[in-house]
Design a protein around this ligand. Structure first.
Ligand code: HEM
Length: 230
């Protein structure tokens, strides 16, 4: 629980086995791809990492091929453009921090790879931020280029409200409300920031099962060893 606790999202993206909901992850990736990636990079992810979301090789190859990548220099010392491949990192919207800031009124949109770890409140804060755009209260002056957001520290953020009802059309037919998109993208960003979470939870579960079985064996052994004692 924290100040952004949201009930539905607070650890709600994971079940008792500690795994993410694959459908929510795919919807969240769709939101990132179609909305957030216009401004935010996710440098630590490669297209091939999407296999963890349940996409197969053909799907990942197709997603990667949808991007033109700048590569090089080649033997002639020139940069060239080629289609993306699964091993490529997610394509960034801007060539560098300076260009990113220039295109966004002086504030560069941060890379989202680890944002869930970097911000207090984690995935709950992401949901609160995405759903926190509202008219400024009376007496609060929002400077030009700023947007009022009740979750953002200081309440004035350079990011315009990115989500709108029906802004994406989900491949799985889920109704794309702002709230739904916010939760899905938060789930996706939570996975991205901690891709080994599931493996850790799985190991934890195996350890618990092992300990329960071991306790049973030890108890049975104790009963057998002390069977003749009074
Ligand atoms: C900042 C998420 C779409 C521009 C941020 C932050 C997050 C975020 C978590 C950091 C807030 C903080 O520092 O606490 C998202 C998500 C998006 C999205 C999940 C898609 C659903 C966009 C789009 C744009 C944009 C489309 C550009 C039109 C910015 C800018 C900042 C920012 C300029 C820096 C704001 C500041 O420091 O004042 N975003 N964003 N974002 N975002 Fe986005």
């Amino acid at each position: 629980k924290n100040e952004w606790s949201h009930g539905a999202v607070t650890r709600g993206f994971s079940n008792i086995f500690g795994t993410f909901d694959r459908k929510a992850l795919q919807r969240g990736f769709q939101v990132y791809k179609e909305v957030c990636s216009a401004c935010h990079s996710m440098n630590l992810l490669s297209y091939r990492n999407l296999s963890a979301l349940g996409y197969n090789e053909a799907e990942i190859t197709a997603i990667a091929a949808g991007y033109d990548m700048t590569d090089g220099p080649n033997d002639e010392g020139e940069m060239f453009t080629r289609k993306g491949v699964p091993a490529d990192h997610f394509k960034a919207p801007f060539p560098n921090e300076k260009a990113a800031a220039a295109a966004n009124g002086g504030k560069a949109p941060p890379d989202l790879s680890l944002i869930v770890k970097a911000r207090k409140g984690g995935e709950d804060y992401i949901v609160a931020l995405m759903t926190g755009f509202e008219p400024a209260p009376a007496g609060f002056t929002v400077p030009s280029g700023g947007n009022y957001n009740k979750a953002f520290p200081g309440h004035v953020i350079a990011m315009p409200p990115p989500l709108s009802d029906g802004g994406v059309t989900y491949a799985d037919g889920t109704k794309a409300t702002v709230e739904q998109q916010a939760k899905d993208v938060a789930t996706f960003l939570a996975w991205a920031a901690e891709p080994n979470l599931e493996a850790r939870h799985e190991m934890g579960l195996k350890v618990m099962i092992f300990l329960i079985v071991l306790a049973g064996i030890l108890y049975a052994a104790k009963r057998a060893v002390w069977a003749d004692q009074h």
